[in-house]
Design a protein around this ligand. Structure first.
Ligand SMILES: [Zn+2]
Ligand SMILES: [Zn+2]
Length: 397
């Protein structure tokens, strides 16, 4: 039986899985039920399964009868701490827990892909090489890809290439879109403390006003982007949190700030901490204050390999009979798929889930009314499966 027919037969099951995950969302690193269900489905397909990879991650392996390379396909499993407002019959059953980024769909889709590939290759009998299914925890925030890699997700057998997808409410249902080269930004965080000297609001001369110092620092900080980074090298520094002080007649002894730092180029990224600290040190010393800086490196930027992009384009064309769209600009958002694609060549692509007529997939990700047109999964699972098969086949040319 061909790919399209097999996908059609699996479709209802995949939608059922998606709804099950959607109704039972779990936060980052707490994906225990989700991981248990993923494990159960993979085992029932007769696959080799490793659980507890990077805490709650699951790795399934479809081992080919004949030797060959190993391709990995990845889905994320975590939900967000927010309350769903879709009113859908399959809405979240838990308050302040919602699959508002589509990771339920990614997980169901990848299970569909694993069943599809298992059937098409007759349990690996018709497969040269291996296909690994990476179900990762914690894409939102803390990042589950790195602990999975540290736990050996990309070894035994060693992974040669990796693919993943994200649903997109900006594209019509079933459309595939891809970006050559750098696709998303690195995401680091600066935790800053400006320490002055508190006192009475009426006697500033006896104090060092940390709020005034913080104000100068925030203004000067923007010159990192506007005056120090080349205009065609993208960078963003946003102070998203500022806290300090007691009331109007008390000079605040200290102010805490948190800033997100986004870049596309690894060299620019590496230069950011020094730039921020220099401005912080200069400003605080000019105003007689002290500072502390903690700089946390988060997700790396995500780069799509040229050859892997070609494979996704070819698979999209063969499955949908139309060309994949090109995403024109990299996103300053971050995606921890970048940890995987920093290790081996990879491609992360978008799957459209927007259906204007039926009002599905029209809200952006992280919105309390976010939902998807599930029919996109019919395309999503085939494109993903086709990419894996094409990669393994082509590696022999
Ligand atoms: Zn998200
Ligand atoms: Zn997401």
């Amino acid at each position: 039986m061909g790919m399209a027919q097999t996908a059609r037969d699996l479709y209802d099951r995949v939608v059922e899985l998606r709804r099950r995950f959607h109704m039972n969302p779990e936060l980052a690193m707490e994906e225990l039920q989700t991981a248990a269900h993923v494990t159960q489905v993979l085992r029932s397909e007769g696959m080799e399964v490793r659980t507890g990879v990077g805490k709650t991650g699951v790795v399934g392996l479809l081992r080919g009868r004949r030797p060959g390379p190993t391709v990995a396909l990845r889905a994320d499993m975590d939900a967000l701490p927010m309350t769903e407002e879709t009113g859908a019959p399959y809405a979240s059953k838990v308050s302040e827990r919602m699959h508002a980024c589509g990771h339920d769909a990614h997980t169901a889709n990848l299970l569909g892909v694993s069943m599809l590939l298992n059937q098409i290759t007759k349990g690996g009998e018709r497969l040269a090489g291996n296909i690994k299914f990476l179900f990762q925890p914690a894409e939102e925030g803390s990042g589950g890809a790195r602990p999975m890699i540290e736990d050996g997700a990309l070894t035994d057998p060693d992974v040669d290439a990796v693919f993943g997808l994200h649903v997109s409410s900006e594209l019509p249902t079933g459309t595939i879109a891809v970006k050559e080269g750098v696709a998303s930004a690195s995401s680091d965080t600066a935790y800053i403390r400006i320490v002055g000297q508190g006192g009475h609001g009426a006697h500033p001369e006896k104090t060092v006003d940390s709020i005034v110092v913080a104000s100068h620092f925030i203004t000067a900080l923007q010159t990192v982007v506007s005056r120090e980074i080349k205009p065609n090298d993208a960078a963003v520094v946003s102070v998203g949190r500022i806290i300090g002080g007691y009331r109007s007649n008390i000079i605040a002894p200290r102010v805490e700030l948190e800033a997100t730092v986004r870049t596309l180029d690894p060299e620019v990224r590496a230069s950011m901490r020094e730039r921020i600290e220099r401005i912080l040190a200069g400003t605080t010393s000019a105003f007689r204050a002290d500072y502390e800086l903690d700089y946390a490196y988060g997700y790396p930027s995500q780069h799509n390999d040229e050859e892997m992009v070609k494979l996704v384009r070819a698979a999209a064309r063969s499955v949908t009979s139309s060309d994949a769209e090109t995403i024109p600009d990299p996103s300053m958002g971050a995606e921890d798929f970048g940890y995987f694609s920093s290790e081996v060549p990879g491609c992360f692509f978008a799957l459209g889930v927007r259906n204007e007529t039926e009002g599905l997939g029209v809200y952006p990700a992280h919105h309390p009314c976010f939902d998807i047109d599930e029919r996109a999964l019919y395309t999503g699972m085939q494109v993903m499966a086709q990419v894996a098969l094409d990669y393994l086949e082509r590696a022999f040319e």
